[in-house]
Write a protein that binds this ligand. Structure first.
Ligand SMILES: C[S@@+](CC[C@H](N)C(=O)[O-])C[C@H]1O[C@@H](n2cnc3c(N)ncnc32)[C@H](O)[C@@H]1O
Length: 255
């Protein structure tokens, strides 16, 4: 908690002092996508998807893959609680939709489906989504939601992240969203494994970069990674770009 508070203050100061953004790429992204206040019709569909699970008391068994939960002490969770504590909130889901839309991404890889809130948001952009979830009961539930909402471009896979990544060859993704197993070393390993599934314009999104000291260290290391040029710290999530046209630079934006 203290770690998050300290870093929230640091982030606010940095985003204020470094506000003059000199990169046209980041400037336009901030203006036309991150701060885009338009109300897309898809937001209403996203609201309905969220509503459909809000009062769902089904209990699902959760496999613990290491970093655990700061809130739950058992491995049984109500769907309504998963929505509240383990899923993208409305604003984050809307931003994921806008990012997919703005970059016109065609193929997305999501590590960490949970009950499919972010998957659904990204799929509404028209992109094909491959989403990975290691807890079988959670994956099954998400799959049924995708069917219920006719998301025929979503491929939902039940697998541990490392086992999925090791078997991937020949596919590349335009956007890779890493949102699960919030352990610093594991996150760096997933990023490195995902590099072979990327191309020069792939966008990486990392969730919960201030979840723990360990995740923040991993985020800092990835910003310095030899393949990464620009990074954008939005506090809740971090964006990493590989595009060579961009100088290596760290941006801080408070939304
Ligand atoms: C924070 S939730 C994902 C939230 C979702 N992306 C959203 O925005 O709504 C993370 C999910 O990743 C799964 N997970 C965590 N570590 C995993 C691993 N190593 N392999 C497979 N699944 C994992 C968890 O079971 C959990 O459902």
């Amino acid at each position: 908690m203290l770690h998050q508070l300290k870093n929230y203050i640091k982030h606010s100061i940095k985003s204020f002092h470094l506000h003059g953004i000199h990169s046209p790429f980041v400037f336009t992204l901030e203006k036309k996508c991150l701060r885009d206040k338009a109300v897309y019709e898809q937001y209403d569909v996203m609201r309905r998807f969220r509503e459909s699970v809000k009062n769902n008391n089904t209990i699902l068994h959760i496999e613990d893959y290491g970093a655990g939960s700061k809130i739950f002490k058992t491995d049984e969770r109500r769907v309504s609680d998963i929505l509240k504590y383990n899923s993208s909130d409305r604003k984050s889901a809307e931003m994921l939709f806008r990012l997919c839309n703005y970059f016109k991404v065609n193929n997305v890889l999501e590590l960490g489906t949970s009950i499919g809130i972010a998957t659904h948001a990204m799929a509404l952009s028209g992109a094909h989504i491959t989403t990975i979830e290691g807890s079988p009961e959670v994956q099954k539930f998400a799959q049924s939601q995708f069917e219920k909402f006719s998301l025929d471009k979503v491929k939902s896979v039940c697998s541990k992240f490392d086992e999925f990544l090791i078997n991937q060859l020949g596919t590349t993704y335009d956007l890779i969203y890493i949102d699960g197993h919030h352990d610093g070393m594991a996150t760096i390993d997933y990023f490195n494994a995902c590099l072979k599934l990327s191309h020069k314009d792939t966008i990486f999104i990392l969730d919960d970069i201030y979840w723990s000291r360990d995740m923040t260290d991993a985020w800092s290391q990835l910003c310095q990674h030899v393949n990464v040029t620009a990074s954008i710290d939005l506090y809740d999530v971090g964006l990493l770009f590989l595009r060579k046209e961009q100088l290596k630079e760290r941006f801080y934006i408070k939304l």
